[in-house]
Design a protein around this ligand. Structure first.
Ligand SMILES: Nc1ncnc2c1ncn2[C@@H]1O[C@H](COP(=O)(O)OP(=O)(O)OP(=O)(O)O)[C@@H](O)[C@H]1O
Ligand SMILES: [Mg+2]
Length: 281
């Protein structure tokens, strides 16, 4: 699939200013850009919030070469890091004499093993003259302490007071993306979608793209399963011989039970997710 076809890639912000982030986080990145260099960074936070986007945007705006390695590509991980760092050390930039360093982005670093992280720790300092590392991760407690202490750790979670401002900014962005794509959208549905998946912007964009095949986004995108149950229920209720039909009653009871089952399971899973996230961050 071409990158321009997938909205999350097509609309990946290219600059820090375009990224939707709390002002304090943005300020930190702007300061790096003003200085023209970055320290080793550990970007931590939930999925789809913009960590990889920020890592790439920083490199692009600093005009530095960067190399992205995914933490899940176990295979020859350390060899790749070593070779790339050596490569960076031996290549002299012809474009900009003041260029200070190059960057290795280790994406999803929480998927690397403990051993790999120990070896990285040993190497980071020897590479420091030539290249910097940006680690991204969802769970920073899966990154060993010595790596934390060698990096500036930046949290991507959105705290209470920033939430509505950030949601409003993404809403605006989503509306303009849908306009560009020529998709008609019910704004109330977009707002609900943002609330439902906040702050996973990847998920919001993917859901919108998936449901926009017919050229518009309406309420069918939300809770389609529950809507289906309600539709069946209302059809049964409308049947004229309903009162005489015992099977009708049992179908309704089953539907109601099913409905409560779905609601409680959803609540339980949400609660579980909140508890897990609270433990992680
Ligand atoms: N802060 C943001 N501002 C604007 N768009 C965003 C932002 N965060 C994510 N997106 C959109 O979501 C896509 C995925 O973001 P990204 O890959 O940066 O997420 P991530 O935080 O690295 O997630 P993961 O932890 O799963 O790797 C981006 O390409 C972009 O389209
Ligand atoms: Mg990422």
């Amino acid at each position: 699939m071409r990158d321009e076809f997938i909205w999350v890639e097509k609309y990946r912000p290219k600059t820090i200013d375009d990224c939707i982030l709390p002002e304090s986080t943005k300020k930190t990145f702007r300061e790096f850009l003003t200085k023209g260099e970055i320290p080793n960074l550990l970007l931590a936070g939930p999925p789809g919030i913009g960590k990889t986007t920020v890592a790439k945007a920083l490199c692009a705006e600093l005009g530095v070469d960067c190399y992205v390695i995914n933490g899940s590509d176990e295979g020859r991980f350390l060899d790749t890091v070593r070779n790339q760092a050596k490569n960076f050390a031996s290549t002299v930039s012809l474009m900009d004499a003041d260029r200070k360093h190059k960057v290795i982005i280790i994406d999803e670093a929480d998927n690397t093993t403990h051993d790999v992280q120990l070896l990285l720790r040993a190497n980071i300092e020897s590479f420091y003259k030539n290249c910097r590392f940006i680690f991204t991760c969802n769970f920073k407690n899966r990154i060993i302490e010595p790596l934390h202490s060698r990096c500036a750790v930046i949290e991507f979670s959105v705290k209470g007071k920033d939430k509505s401002a950030i949601a409003a900014q993404f809403f605006k962005r989503l509306v303009s993306i849908l306009e560009l794509e020529g998709i008609e959208a019910d704004k109330k549905v977009l707002a609900e979608l943002i609330n439902k998946h906040f702050p996973d912007w990847r998920r919001v964009l993917n859901e919108c793209q998936r449901h926009s095949v017919g050229g518009k986004i309406d309420s069918s995108i939300l809770a389609s399963f529950l809507r289906l149950i309600f539709m069946i229920l209302s059809k049964i209720l409308k049947r004229r011989n309903f009162q005489k039909s015992e099977s009708g009653v049992s179908i309704i009871l089953t539907m109601i039970l099913l409905y409560f089952f779905v609601v409680f399971t959803t609540l339980y899973l949400t609660l579980l997710r909140v508890l897990v996230l609270q433990q992680q961050y």
